[in-house]
Design a protein around this ligand. Sequence first.
Ligand SMILES: Nc1ncnc2c1ncn2[C@@H]1O[C@H](COP(=O)(O)OP(=O)(O)OP(=O)(O)O)[C@@H](O)[C@H]1O
Length: 642
Amino acid sequence: MGLLAPASMERIVAARRAYFDDGREDGSLIDPAIYRSWSRCIAAARSESEAIAFEQVGRSRLSELVQRNRMLLEAGTGPVADLEKAIAGAGYAVLLTDSRGYAISVGGALEQQHPEIRQAIRPGVDLSEGAIGTSAMACALKERRPVRVFGPEHFFSANKLFHCAAAPIVDPRGGLIGTVDITRGSSHADFGALSLVTRCAHAIEYELFRRIPARAIVTLAWQPHSTEPSADLILAFGDDGEILATNEATRRFMGVDTYQIGLQYEDLFEGRFGTTLTLLQGARGAIPVQLRSGICMYASLWAREGQGAGLAAPAAVAVAGAGRAVRLKPASVPDTTTSDFGDGRINEELEIGLKALHSGLPVLVLGETGTGKDVVARALHERSTRRDAAFVAINCAAIPESLIESELFGYEEGAFTGARRGGAAGRIEQAGGGTLFLDEIGDMPLHLQARLLRVLESKEVSRLGGSATQRVDFQLVCATHQDIEQAVREGRFRRDLYYRINAFVLTLSPLRLRPHLKALACSILAGLSDGARSFSPEALERLAAYPWPGNVREFRNAIIYAHAIAPAGERIGAGHFPRSVLVPVLPEGTATGGGQAGVLASLEREAMRRALDECAGNVRLAAKRLGISRATLYRRIHSGEV
Ligand SMILES: Nc1ncnc2c1ncn2[C@@H]1O[C@H](COP(=O)(O)OP(=O)(O)OP(=O)(O)O)[C@@H](O)[C@H]1O
């Protein structure tokens, strides 16, 4: 059917009779979506000659509808006004419906419509298939695609006056949230109606994208110079490269349920998120990126109002009232400068860690992946006397071994092929006066461990290819998820360096062993919603019952997800969490081994099975989603536990 000119009304009327009298279908004349709708109406024992009442909900239901769909209404304001302007001369009324088919905003050329149409197009009228039979909005909602419905294509003869076209509106997480529809009493020269509603729906979807508290919104295109966002794939990334949202085109193109929690940049692209982001920030236009499937595309930062280029600066933007943008605290990064870290024991240890740093001793932070080692390192810096100087973080596992030496120690001009003219300072030099954070120090190559030890002991650094030394003064924080004592025993980590960096060890326990999960959940939610939202008691119970193999990272992502999908103004309930979190809570002692440990083990197995299920058996993706290593997941599968 697509965007063809309307078929003549007589032929449509004849095709309708052929269906109603003999069940014959003509898919070349009538959209199969309409046949499917007719068949549902017949199955519901409706008769085409029934009278239809376009009933409006009462005032309090209407204000509830408006409140529940506030986000859609706000995002729709601009695009709908543009659409109304574009079609003012063509006599169309324009309306938005919610996901159930209730009209939530109406406008356009209402006064030009027949009284029957005006009666239907009022806010709060139920325009779902169950109420008014086949219509463009009902078909668009059912089929998740734009649909046009001419007069006699409506199931009820009483609606043959209406000629309408509607397109579904999908939110950035893939949820169907409503439709935009144009309706009028004449079918004359209806070219372009479908295309117009489709463009308006896309414009609303882009508006919704703008409101995501993302670290970066990236568009992908085939050519380096594409400027038309509607042709692009769009992805929103969180601070750690987690995928917060994608548009429908991306979901279809990537063939993955990208709005499911847990997918990271690295699951879809070659290379690391941090590196790509740095390149994007430095680039004037698009940069080439490679998908894991081998396909090459061009990525650009999506410029958003009031922001440079697709970067949600340190502060995120949310919307208050009628489209007014307000600044919030960073969406996901805890406020590390306050004394409350969401956990009493960690707060106390941080205080001791600070004293160690102030006495010139290093701090070593240990913990499983995602427990917050990076956050703790930053908190130490921000609360220390050196907070006004640089915080220089280097991830020893992320930098190729061939580059780590020059990264850390810097180099002189001519030190190696490609060395910059004038040389470059290393990260250690850059940390002068401030804090050097060596993340994943357990992965540092042995030969560099010796050099690092010399720097720590002498407080002097010499650049690669140079002989001069320079005094450096920094406070040192290191972190690793490795069992570093084991690494020392196995000779993978130098014992002398270990003793040099472990003056004070701050161990972050896995989330499943922390007693204050609910308080942490509330503090993360307060940061996201500026204190405006809360959890239901069941939601808090569910959070406390899940084993969180991905630790705070997975926990925080689940809360961001629930905050995004729970309707505005509603408390966050257990049902708003991602599927993987909704594991059944087993009564104590029912799992193998009995007792709390047995229950935890059983929940862990359940979480692993679910993750494997949701990732269609892809162990790499499932391990990533769970925040555990691939080797661990393979081991659990092969041992028959999962
Ligand atoms: N106390 C906290 N409150 C809110 N969010 C937190 C807290 N601790 C950690 N997070 C969040 O959890 C995520 C993981 O934290 P972080 O990167 O510090 O963990 P990590 O232990 O360094 O992980 P990895 O070993 O994988 O690098 C981050 O997005 C961080 O913002």
